[in-house]
Design a protein around this ligand. Structure first.
Ligand SMILES: NC(=O)c1ccc[n+]([C@@H]2O[C@H](COP(=O)([O-])OP(=O)(O)OC[C@H]3O[C@@H](n4cnc5c(N)ncnc54)[C@H](O)[C@@H]3O)[C@@H](O)[C@H]2O)c1
Length: 433
């Protein structure tokens, strides 16, 4: 019985998609003594993982090496051979769920996993979808897959949705101490999935079905997108009124109830917050409902890089310069502090808009040595007081831990600070969002 196998840690646990979400999941299951098989379409990535080389910052090579290099309980074997799915008892799907150009969901990754999975379905198997997606996906895609193969969901094969909540770079909350929401297709599906995850996370949160679990994840990310959109608009209003936005937010945050502080920035980044709410608005659009908050927040947040460039233009104008021809340095190009993740980075949009307006743009980012831009490779430059003095303007786009604010302020001619890195410093050369 699957349940007994779970209790005795005898299930072979499969993880499909070994990226920011899947690799930490595989490592945590292996650390808890499970045999893990990781699946990825990129053979070189599998090879690296098997050699103990991690491509995810939250997992060090040392940690990865401690759970690779052998097989069986407590070890991960990564493979691009999907026939090994027949060896797994429980499998979590952690593949990307991006948007296509029209901002509609790109379900191709999940569908391609399903194509593989259906060849290797077997009795007493648990399938957990962890990729963020629109409400109804599990019921619309996974349930028919299993039923068409002649199995009964909740009896032969168990299916659940359990959203991933990993926050790359977060030192306080990681997989183990972040409660895990789980919604099964049937109550047995929920129970069996909870019994598995209960062995690796401190708290499991069962909910009544897969749609609740899918929607809970979208609420979490829509909540962030909408609140960030609101403070991004607040920042623009404060700028017009000549008020320091961050001081306003910090003052409001002293209220001990009913207020949670969000801070403005150059726009949304990463694989989640700029994308996930569109899964929800897309689904609602198919039902003739317009998700107004999502659309408005997206409009404001997407426009933030333009607003940053507007501030850059104003600052240069104060110095009788134009964007066209000015030398601009971006501090930080990844989407958030202390990680190298470039997905949807708003700093790249700022870079692009400034370049399009004729600025001579460079960037400094210790986490991102280079990135591809318009067919060429842009490289991070080293900085020193002399180098900083050579720029007309510095834009703080992502504030990494080793950046030094005093040296930057001392040497920069002008600064647009989108991250409140210069808080407390009164200097006319600085404009803060
Ligand atoms: N990154 C985050 O912070 C985060 C947080 C919560 C939820 N999520 C969600 O988790 C899911 C995965 O995100 P991620 O950040 O890990 O993505 P990622 O791009 O880092 O990793 C996805 C991995 O899946 C592999 N892959 C692609 N197609 C595949 C296939 N058909 N079969 C097997 N492997 C395949 C890719 O090669 C890659 O290694 C997404 O739905 C995302 O929205 C991400």
């Amino acid at each position: 019985m699957l349940k007994d196998k779970i209790t005795n840690k005898e299930v072979v646990f499969g993880v499909v998609g070994l990226g920011y979400v899947g690799l930490p999941l595989a490592v945590d299951f292996a650390k808890e003594g499970f045999e893990v098989i990781g699946f990825d379409v990129v053979p070189a990535k599998c090879q690296d993982i098997n050699n103990g080389t991690s491509h995810v910052e939250d997992i060090s090579d040392a940690v990865l090496a401690s759970v690779t290099g052998s097989t069986g309980k407590g070890f991960i074997t990564a493979t691009a051979d999907f026939s090994k799915l027949q060896e797994v008892d429980a499998v979590s799907i952690c593949v990307p769920t991006p948007l296509v150009k029209t901002k509609d969901p790109d379900m191709s990754y999940i569908l391609s996993v399903c194509e593989q999975l259906k060849k290797y379905l077997h009795k007493d198997m648990l399938i957990v979808l962890e990729s963020t997606t629109y409400p109804g996906t599990t019921e619309e895609i996974l349930v028919p897959l299993v039923e068409e193969a002649g199995f009964t969901v909740g009896k032969d094969i168990f299916i659940a949705f359990s959203p991933e909540r990993i926050d790359p770079g977060n030192q306080t909350y990681q997989f183990k101490n972040t409660p895990k929401v789980i919604g099964g297709v049937t109550s047995d599906c929920t129970e069996i999935t909870c019994s598995l995850y209960d062995q690796v996370v401190d708290t499991v949160v069962p909910v009544s079905d897969t749609k609740v679990a899918e929607m809970a994840k979208l609420l979490e990310n829509t909540y962030r997108s909408v609140n960030i959109g609101m403070v991004n608009e607040l920042a623009q209003m404060c700028h017009i009124l000549g008020i320091d936005t961050n001081e306003v937010i910090n003052a409001a945050a002293t209220k001990p109830f009913g207020f949670k502080a969000f801070y403005p920035g150059p726009g949304l980044g990463g694989h989640c917050i700029p994308i996930d709410p569109h899964y929800l608005s897309w689904k609602l659009k198919t039902l003739n409902y317009n998700a107004r908050f999502i659309e408005l927040a997206s409009e404001i947040n997407t426009d933030m890089p333009n607003y940053v460039v507007q501030l850059a233009g104003e600052k240069l104008n104060d110095m009788r310069l134009s964007i066209n021809g000015s030398k601009v340095l971006l501090m930080g190009i990844s989407y958030k502090e202390n990680i190298s993740d470039m997905r949807e980075s708003p700093a790249v949009d700022v870079f692009k808009i400034l370049k399009a307006k004729g600025a001579d743009v460079s960037y400094h980012d210790p986490f991102v040595a280079e990135f591809k831009f318009n067919g060429s490779v842009e490289k991070s430059i080293d900085i020193s007081p002399d180098v900083i003095q050579g720029f007309d303007l510095v834009v703080i786009t992502t504030w990494h831990r080793d950046f030094e604010v005093t040296a930057l302020v001392e040497n920069a001619k002008a600064i647009v600070d989108t991250r409140n890195a210069t808080r407390g410093i009164r200097d006319n050369k600085i404009v803060r969002i």
